[in-house]
Write a protein that binds this ligand. Sequence first.
Ligand SMILES: CC(C)(COP(=O)(O)OP(=O)(O)OC[C@H]1O[C@@H](n2cnc3c(N)ncnc32)[C@H](O)[C@@H]1OP(=O)(O)O)[C@@H](O)C(=O)NCCC(=O)NCCS
Length: 227
Amino acid sequence: MRQPTAIGHARNPAGGVAAHVRRSGRRLLGRGRRTHVRNRTRSTFGPNPVDYRTVLGMDSLPGRPTSAAQTTLSRIMTALDTNLLGTVHGGVIMKLVDDVAGAVAQRHSGGPAVTASMDEMAFLEPVHVGDLVHAQGRVNWTGRTSLEVGVRVVAEPWNEVRVAKRVATAYLVFVGLDADGRPREVPPVLPETDEDKRRFAEAEIRRTHRLARRAAILKSRGTGESG
Ligand SMILES: CC(C)(COP(=O)(O)OP(=O)(O)OC[C@H]1O[C@@H](n2cnc3c(N)ncnc32)[C@H](O)[C@@H]1OP(=O)(O)O)[C@@H](O)C(=O)NCCC(=O)NCCS
């Protein structure tokens, strides 16, 4: 079994065959084709007879451990944050989630990264005025130019020491951009703990579902246009 810590180290045959494969691979694969190829690849943690990252020339950047970009944003909720029912507006929490996920994505990828999608935002408990809310973000998974950030939101009274309760979770996909605004390669994440590895494996399942859903919708329209 290939261990994730090996990714990005001492396996970058600069130039030669790998560079050729990368250049021709990108040209030949295009959007749909690349998706198809990635669907055929194996999990980083499963049996992996073909090192697809090397074959596709995707291991040119050194990996970064999960903990490197882990970030928490905290804010006290006030009356300005409420909806008409008096609890905190879901959009306020979503903004906090997007903010922290953006920070995580840029810190991990070492440059600009934009939100490509935000899915599976689950609100588990209402948030109230006076709650101190913490949005904790980390990189769950990395692809070639995209990465998934998982955010856990917890809340505790601002003026009491109490165990914080989990109020929401979210998964967002970011894409690294180069100076011309085109997707750029991002460093592979190197899961460190068993929890990190579990999150990586689960993120791959979400990725597979996202791609399948997108492909099915496009197929049903009989067009390549998304949106
Ligand atoms: C995100 C964006 C850069 C993708 O551009 P694109 O030309 O579709 O990029 P590609 O088809 O080459 O895909 C690039 C990567 O993004 C992923 N991706 C693209 N759209 C996605 C989506 N809706 N959901 C999840 N992943 C997506 C692809 O799977 C690919 O990942 P990989 O390289 O790791 O395999 C482009 O759609 C964009 O600029 N969107 C607007 C972003 C924005 O303004 N966000 C809000 C403000 S931050």
